[in-house]
Design a protein around this ligand. Structure first.
Ligand code: GTP
Length: 629
């Protein structure tokens, strides 16, 4: 396959706009899979169970298809990108291997926050963008209006927009034609020294690391000796080929091709995303490097049974082999024992990881409240990152003579797209979460909104559609990341009746007025419950948590004071009164077996208790406490 007949492309879209469905249809239309092989709705792209359940494509995969046009057989490489805000890092890395992208927008929902962010990533990389409107079969679809929206938001000519239904297959053939006609072929010379760009990797228990590479120049063959520009380590290629849609071995990968490469690489840590490979003895200039994945959210993960720690650690390591963006370190908590602190790309990433631990490794875990990384600026000018609230400096350390000069917190620039009638609710939400630099402008071109049916009180479908796709505003705000890793997204959805879409990008660090809040049970601090709180929210947060602990913690044989404290100052307090112990006391005159059963029940529930100081906390208490704000 010479370069001229190769097309490397991605599908970029807001979550649920139909990316996987379209990919399936393309695979079907090119005969790569048949409807019989895979049920109409079972998407090959979403290989991981969790992702399919949640409808999220997390890790990216790549597929090669063949399509004939005017007697020429074209090789089309679809490089999948994840569809959630947490995974924007992966979008950028996948797009680096493409020359074009299908920008897919749901015709019933219109342009959403993430359509805009992925569009900008693709545009920055200089990709050819093919606008595609999906779901035109839906009664609520408004393709003409949404095409105008794409014009005003992206500068796209409505005449270039392809209207399709990925579900029924209508119009999908036109997409294939456009991929061939509009996307430029990759440039690459087979006679120059080999240059292979590693953009993804997975791990196979028997074959070691399997890399996905895009060949930028030269030809890669089985048996070739290659080396990494990054580590200078050498490997021998044992197997290579294309994904069609499963691995199909080939003799070589030529310039412009995208395929899998197995070599003598044993550790997935050696596969650096963004690395360039060359033939041993023929070094090349590496491709412009990649930003490494940056953990935005940290949480401690502990086994419910302390003795399960090693098993849990092993499971975490195994999962990390297939999810390279998770950071892992060991940590110990006096309340929860030995565990691991994990860094994730976002809270959804954390959720997906937790569910995979439970589904694939049968792990029973307690996860502490997510925390963002804080930067501590010391008086001597040095800085350090704190990803565990327990390590956050105490108030005394901020005082003159203390070692800390300031604390910086991560900040993001958020974009929210919302129908105008929810605009003020969204403003309030941003202000409640310490939002600043708020600005907004209408998303739809002037005059267009009025043309669409509108009206607040009618509950007809037409009205719902009008609310979804027209009269909308694009708001931007600067927010502390800590404010959006809790319940911000849920509030955004509920206060906009589900219509708001949201995306954010990293905007560095800013000084924050923050405090470490500790919780004391029976005068002993419980490290796993510590939180970092903004100074203004100290009282409210303290009262909220103490009340919550009061409701969740079972009464003990003795009185238990529950306190929230910042430094030595107690912010809130409740006291659990003592309980009488004898569970058989009420069973006077009862049968011997009945008593035994009760005692055994008590033993069983004891087993599931976590001992915190002298206090028995049922595991559910930790779940309840830590799974909500
Ligand atoms: P992520 O992988 O989570 O980013 O989602 P996605 O963009 O891949 O969306 P997916 O293909 O999973 O589609 C989301 C939902 O829209 C599914 O329920 C699809 O069945 C449905 N859907 C996709 N295309 C169409 C279409 O053309 N018409 C209709 N009516 N529904 C569609």
């Amino acid at each position: 396959f010479p370069c001229e007949v190769i097309r490397n492309f991605s599908i970029i879209a807001h979550i649920d706009h139909g990316k996987s469905t379209l990919a399936d249809r393309l695979l079907e239309l090119t005969g790569t899979i048949t409807k019989k092989d895979k049920g109409l709705n079972q998407q090959v792209l979403d290989k991981l169970k969790v992702e399919r359940e949640r409808g999220i494509t997390g890790l990216s995969l790549s597929f090669s298809m063949f399509h004939e046009k005017n007697g020429t057989n074209y090789l089309l490489n679809l490089i999948d990108t994840p569809g959630h805000v947490d995974f924007s890092w992966e979008v950028a890395r996948s797009l680096a291997a493409c020359q074009g992208a299908l920008l897919l927008v749901d015709a019933s929902q219109g342009v959403q926050a993430q359509s805009i962010s992925v569009f900008h990533v693709a545009r920055e990389k200089g990709l050819t963008i093919i606008p595609v409107l999906n779901k035109i079969d839906l009664p609520a679809a408004q393709p003409e209006i949404v095409a105008l929206q794409m014009q005003s938001t992206f500068g796209i000519d409505p005449a270039d927009v392809i209207q399709i239904s990925a579900k029924s297959g209508k119009g999908v053939e036109k997409v294939l034609q456009a991929i061939i006609d509009r996307i430029p072929p990759p440039v690459g010379d087979p006679s120059v020294p080999l240059k292979g760009f590693l953009f993804d990797s997975s791990y196979d228990r028997y074959r070691g690391v399997i890399s996905l590479m895009s060949i930028q120049g030269g030809v890669l063959r089985k048996g070739d000796k290659i080396a990494s520009c990054h580590t200078r380590k050498k490997y021998e290629v044992t197997e290579l080929g294309v994904m069609h849609p499963e691995e199909v071995p080939t003799d070589c990968l030529r310039p412009g091709q995208v395929g899998f490469v197995a070599c003598s690489m044993k550790e997935s840590a050696e596969a650096h995303i963004g690395d360039t490979f060359y033939r041993v003895g023929h070094p090349v200039e590496p491709m412009p490097g990649f930003k490494p994945a940056k953990a935005m959210v940290y949480a401690g993960i502990y086994p419910v049974e302390s003795s399960d720690f090693l098993k849990l650690e092993e499971s975490i390591k195994r999962l990390c082999l297939t999810d390279r963006s998770v950071e892992v370190t060991r940590e110990t908590s006096s309340a929860l024992g030995q565990g691991c602190r994990l860094g994730f790309l976002g809270t959804l990433h954390l959720d997906v990881f937790r569910q995979r631990l439970e589904d694939e490794h049968d792990a029973n875990v307690i996860i502490t409240a997510p925390t963002v990384p804080y930067q501590i600026v010391h008086r001597d000018g040095s800085t350090s990152l704190v990803s565990n609230p327990t390590d956050f400096p105490d108030p005394l350390e901020f005082a003159s003579g203390g070692r800390v000069r300031a604390v910086l917190e991560p900040i993001v620039k958020a974009s929210i797209i919302v129908p105008e009638k929810y605009f003020s609710a969204m403003m309030d939400l941003c202000y409640e979460h310490r939002g600043t630099d708020l600005d907004w402008h209408p998303l739809d071109p002037p005059g267009q909104a009025g043309a669409a049916p509108a009206g607040e009180d009618s509950a007809s479908t037409a009205t719902a559609t009008a609310t979804a796709t027209t009269d909308r505003v694009l708001m931007r705000a600067t927010l502390p990341l800590a404010e959006i890793v809790t319940d911000f997204f849920d509030k955004l959805k509920s206060r906009s009746s589900g219509f708001a879409s949201f995306d954010y990008e990293d905007a560095g660090y800013e000084k924050g007025d923050l405090r470490k809040m500790t919780f004391l049970l029976n005068h002993k601090p419980v490290d796993a419950l510590a939180l970092i709180v903004h100074a203004k929210a100290v009282d409210e947060t303290g009262r909220y948590w103490v009340e919550k602990l009061f409701k969740i913690i079972p009464r003990q044989l003795f009185e238990v004071p529950i306190q929230a404290a910042v430094g030595n100052t107690i912010i809130a307090r409740r006291t659990l009164s003592a309980l009488r112990a004898d569970v058989t006391a009420g069973l006077y005159g009862g049968h011997y077996e009945r008593k035994l059963k009760h005692l055994n029940n008590q033993k069983e529930s004891k087993r599931k208790m976590k001992k915190v100081g002298r206090i028995d906390l049922p595991q559910e208490a930790f779940f309840d406490l830590l799974s909500s704000k």
